[in-house]
Design a protein around this ligand. Sequence first.
Ligand code: ADP
Ligand code: ASP
Ligand code: MG
Length: 814
Amino acid sequence: MQVLKFGGTSVANAENIHKVVAIVKQAVQREKTIVIVSALGGITDTLLRAGQLAASGQENYKELLQVSEQRHLETVKSLIPVALQSSVLSWVKQRCNEIEDICNGVFLLGELSARTRDRIISFGELLSSRIISERLKSVSTPNEWKDSRELIVTDSTFGFAAIDFSATNKKVQEYFSGSAESLFMAPGFIASDAHGATTTIGRGGSDYTAAIFAAATNATIVEIWTDVSGMMTADPRLVPNAKVIPHISYQEAMELSHFGAKVIYPPTIQPVMNKNIPVWIKNTFAPDDYGTLIESRTVKNGSSIRGISSINKIVLLSLEGSGMIGIPGFSKRLFEALANERINVILITQGSSEHSICVGIDESSVHEAKKTVDNAFAYEIETKKVEPIIVERELAIVALVGDNMKSHPGTSGKMFGALGRNGVNVRAIAQGSSERNISAVIAVADVRKAINILHEEFFETTYKQVNLFVTGVGNVGSRLLSQLAQQRRYLEEHLHLQVRVVGIANSRKMAFNEEGIDLNNWRQLLEDAVPMSLQEYIEVIRSKNLRNSVFADVTANDKVAETYDQLLSKSISVVACNKVACSSSFSYYKKLKDLAREYNASFAFETNVGAGLPVIGTLNDLLRSGDKINRIEAVLSGTLNFVFNHYKGEKTFAEVVKQAQDEGYTEPDPRLDLSGTDVMRKIMILARETGERLELEDIHNISFMPESCMKGDVANFYQEMSKHEDHFKKLYAEAAGAGKKLKFVAKYESGKASVGLQHIDANHDFYHLYGKDNVVLFYTNRYTEQPLVVKGAGAGAEVTASGVFADIIRTAKM
Ligand code: ADP
Ligand code: ASP
Ligand code: MG
């Protein structure tokens, strides 16, 4: 004997039933077969809803029943040849009338008991199995239809009835051995109690019906035909990268389904496991796919875990109090109280201090649970030995499952490390002593993210996905996007990184796409997108709650810099070429660094000093390796360097500054460069990175700009510079006359920083500094006579973008 079960989607309509019929026709050629079917997809829910509406006095239950009746009649008309239709149609019509009669009764009484509810929903499977049986007959596949209620005996827990296996097995064996037929059709999900009343065996229970028949008849196999190609490493609706698990043990399958893998109803495994009958999950819509074979032996898959699942709607109940320590019997009383109310405990944890016990239960039982536990401990609560029970809602369980975890130390470390890095807070943890399951209780809002993180950690050795938000798409931002597009293949192949740009924004518009924005068409997409609102933009990034999120700030905007704390505190890494945050108050700079550490995020700003040059990285490497920075001397303004290298008294000073701006070497506001403010910020950031508590006011700036240039707007700035051409000529001539060059130099030594124009002679490291180059000299305990020198192009959109790019990649590899 073999048992085949077809789920709701597989029999949802005539078209799908054709596929089922083809599979059954092949199967009967192999051996004697029992076919179990679910109700037409969605019908159980429709009937349930009709019953509820009727009970609450709403007449539109009739409309739902109409819909259900029409669907069944249509299915008959499309499946059964006209000559044979009438008897089937009239049988279906009679059943539909019965449902309506019952619902009318419910409507009149205004009451729906669990028993009546079971009666109503039982019609779904009755109708579908009968219709499919008739279809098979009409295509010359004779079969015997049997009402499962005559074979499966349960107790009277309506909605969730427990099987009386000894009575059931006897009836099933008698019936099947007494028939010479080679194909049987029967409804799943339904049974009857000792008094003959209709019961159901739990939502999704048709799988269980198949297992009960299989175990009783010692079947060779149970095939569960559904709408996916097997049991997967995670729920495919949550994890797009989930993969089919070809082989899995009974225990693993049971554990995964208990923890939410809906593909098989959890109690299904038990009866077949006892008899060692394999269960094969197959896809009705892709019958050639291998599917999943569930058996007793486990096949190693190279990973310590087999799958990940989750259950939402969990509530944590915590019983706490110093009066519990060392006194036996508290947990017994807690569990007894819950058991008396038939409340199922899904997860238990107890700290070894015995100061608290914590249990996870289904949200639907929370009121009864609180009442019964508070009652049970009324005396202790009154005498303050324990606190009234604490209830926490909106929680979920995520569980890793695998027989092999036993022999793989480090699984839980990896699990909690990955969750922690992504800011998923874990409320409670449980690991069974079988070491087949590690469960974590987390917020419902974090489930999708958590499952994807864990899936990536345990199954996707191939790629790590980084979700990037690029804010600012001007000179630097647009180049960053094109570098990302160009390097995509390389990153995937060599670093196993998949960088997805999920959001982009400029000051006017913002666009999102979780699948990744098309980097060849981002300008148009942004043009067509919604208006930018910074707070909304940040809120979307936070609420998307995507794993490995990185926020790249490629603006020079102070409002954007003010949002970093909101991002870091959600474990979203920040990569900034915007200098505002690091050069604002020391306390904000420090706060951001602390937040990054606290929430396992990265806060990277290498491009704040020297654009793409490795200045901050080098400084940190020196410090980390135990060196001490004694002095820093640097030319840090690509703009000023460009200006003084090009100004020879031929073109006017204003013209040279304009050229620098036009070629993209200045800050968006060139006055920040010319005033020396930008250099002050940079030397301050370097000083802060060495641990110095420096503020901008502490830095000495000997400005070379006439005061009037810095008043008013940018237009005025250029005008005033032209007026003061003589001043600039004089500066140049003085230096040139002495064979020296003008450089704007920043210094930091013994806690003091200064910036100003200097005459540099030909022997100095700064003399041969061309174009827009920057140079930084680090004098340290190890580099005493000759400094460590970092030198190269220190401005320009392309090199700045590449610096931001490098920070993003370093963050991603963290
Ligand atoms: P049927 O109606 O055939 O019984 P179900 O809807 O009960 O089908 O179960 C199949 C569905 O279970 C799939 O469509 C899938 O969305 C969901 N599912 C959840 N977790 C998993 C998992 N780990 N592997 C496969 N499917 C899963
Ligand atoms: N039709 C029932 C349900 O929807 C049983 C099943 O499909 O397995 O729960
Ligand atoms: Mg199911």
